[in-house]
Design a protein. Sequence first.
Length: 204
Amino acid sequence: MRTIFIFSYVGFFLIGINTFSQDSIEKRTLRPNLGVISTYSPLTEDPTNNGTTIKRYLEKGDTVELIDFKDNFFTVKFNKKVGYVWYYYVQESEVVNNFIDSLQNYRITSQKRIDQELEMKKTIAFQERKKRIISKYGEIAGNRILKHEIWIGMSLEMLKEEKGLPTHVNVSNYGSGNEYQWCWDDYTPSCFYGKSDCIITSYN
């Protein structure tokens, strides 16, 4: 009975910490990052100084809410209007520098997470493919296919596992049955030869 009570207390305590941390994160996120305009400057519709539409002009000393920073332009909000301001027009401050640093760190972290997820997906996909190929062709031939090896006596289906469908197929008959030429234009060797049993007898 005492154990149950302690567990319940600890669980409640952990939930409380998690709620507090989440609330703190949300409060920090919701707190606006403010920048001060250093000189008379345009608020534009596009992040460029050339031929862009100007929404309005900002006066020196105007305070804007910083939303994003990329390619030397701030995305800002001013009097409910959202637009772009060149970094030169925003006064340097600790808040502005911290805002830029936090965005850069976030993007680096996000990209690392994306790269890790993609690598994990590739690994899972390879393991699933490996399992399927070895199950279908056996361990020796399956591993050769996975290494993209080619050899006389392999089947057309094995070749397709490595290269996909051929770019074109040529059929000829000189009196002893159909003979086939399967070609992949983007690979070397590009053409493989065989008969109706679809076993590779030569390639070039």
